[in-house]
Design a protein around this ligand. Structure first.
Ligand code: PLP
Length: 405
């Protein structure tokens, strides 16, 4: 039995008011709120454990190292990776993708090679690859989508050729809510011997991910979107790939021996983790993953699906409502426009009612170009949202719409 009211008690911020109105937080796609256990873990570690990890012989350093490395094991379990060697801590999805674009590019990309992304990628999964193309003289190819917002697998299959070096695709669109058929994409790419990166920023908060089952070669996500702290994220990579990639940044834990003649590099995963890691955040991220796992990712998925279906049905009652994304497969993200009301006006007026939504291009400008719009209003749900909050949102949209009649 999913007790959403009990879950809400874990999130102190949800009881606060905004402009005298109860907060209705529907901007979970941008970041999620934090439960007590996550914030408590950070405070407790700073107050009682804090010491730099890995190189200390003293008690606190060993304790902090134990927490940090136990967190790596928690992430491994969360993704069902084979080994903790495959779990790299980064600052977030964006840094994970930049790390991969740099290291993979150094090792495997040369002039005339092709890299594939999809038309619905977040800028974080476009720009690092474009920068790589500029450095190496490679070419960016794009998987197109249908008007409804589904990737065209037929066109994708035609893109793959002997020059293709990597395919990068989001698991769930942060604008359309589309859940992409990543298993099919991975299978097709592997048929040509091409590795695949999955951007899991918008899937990890909503349903369970098994990287071995997906058979993806790389997978990136951000802690702060899964109820964890800011400033920490993960890049998963198959060991056989990570072994073949050069380091991303130099210094700190990534070395084995340093001399002015030659430096040798550490083993996985440390080869990719230069400098002091945010060990407070990695520990708190593990708490967040334990938290969602204790509720059960399947239960979270069911709750959010129910909420999304309910919201879609209720929002369609509003005159002039235009919802973007496929009819089916909306994953806890609803982008919309009403009549010719500007998305910024809608977002600003909803805010005055205590309703937090996001407006604009959502860091997906190429997708906006494809849709022929400048931006949308986006409501995105988390594990603590309720049907009552959906009702408040719909009443708010209706009220704003009336003002523009
Ligand atoms: N990819 C997707 C699909 C996203 O939705 C986001 C953030 O909104 C990112 C990447 C970037 O995440 P971060 O800013 O945490 O690095």
């Amino acid at each position: 039995m999913y007790d959403v009211n009990k879950i809400r008690e874990d999130f102190p911020i949800l009881t606060r008011k905004v402009y005298g109105k109860p907060l209705v937080y529907l901007d979970n796609g941008a970041t999620t709120q934090k439960p007590h256990c996550v914030v408590d873990a950070m405070v407790d570690e700073y107050y009682n454990v804090n010491a730099n990890v890995h190189r200390g012989v003293h008690f606190l350093s060993q304790k902090a190292t134990d927490l940090h490395e136990a967190s790596r094991e928690t992430v491994r379990r969360f993704l069902n990776a084979r080994s903790t060697n495959e779990i790299l801590f980064t600052r977030g999805t964006t840094e994970s993708i930049n790390l991969l674009a740099f290291s993979f590019g150094e090792a495997f990309v040369k002039e005339g090679d092709e890299l594939v992304v999809s038309e619905m990628e977040h800028h974080s999964d476009i720009v690092p690859w474009q920068m790589l193309c500029e450095r190496k003289g490679a070419v960016l190819r794009v998987i197109p989508m249908t008007d409804e917002g589904l990737l065209r697998l037929d066109a994708f299959a035609d893109l793959l050729n002997e020059r293709t070096r990597i395919v990068c695709c989001t698991h769930v669109s942060n604008v359309l809510g589309t859940v992409n058929p990543v298993k099919d994409i991975i299978r097709l790419a592997h048929g040509h011997g091409v590795p695949v990166l999955i951007d899991g920023a918008q899937s990890t908060p909503h349903f369970s991910v098994d990287v071995q089952d997906l058979d993806c070669d790389f997978f990136a996500f951000s802690g702060h979107k899964v109820y964890g702290p800011t400033g920490v994220g993960v890049l998963y990579g198959k060991e056989e790939w990570l072994d073949r990639l050069p380091p991303y940044q130099g210094g700190g834990e990534m070395i084995k021996n340093v001399s002015f003649k030659k430096t040798t590099y550490n083993e996985l995963p440390y080869k990719f983790e230069a400098g002091t890691p945010d060990y407070i955040a990695t520990h708190a991220l593990a708490k967040a993953l334990d938290y969602v796992s204790s509720i059960g990712m399947a239960n979270i998925y069911e709750h959010e699906q129910d909420l999304t279906r309910y919201a879609l049905a209720r929002m369609r009652e509003v005159e002039g409502m235009r919802i973007f994304g496929p009819e089916e497969q909306h994953d806890a993200v609803i982008s919309f426009l009403v009549g010719n009301i500007h998305h910024l006006d809608m977002g600003t007026l909803l805010d005055r009612l205590g309703i937090a939504v996001r407006t604009g291009h959502h860091c997906a400008e190429p997708l906006m170009h494809r849709l022929g719009i400048e931006g949308t209003v986006r409501a995105s749900f988390g594990l603590y949202n309720t049907r009552e909050e959906v009702d408040i949102l719909v009443a708010g949209i209706q009220r704003v719409a009336q003002m523009f009649l």
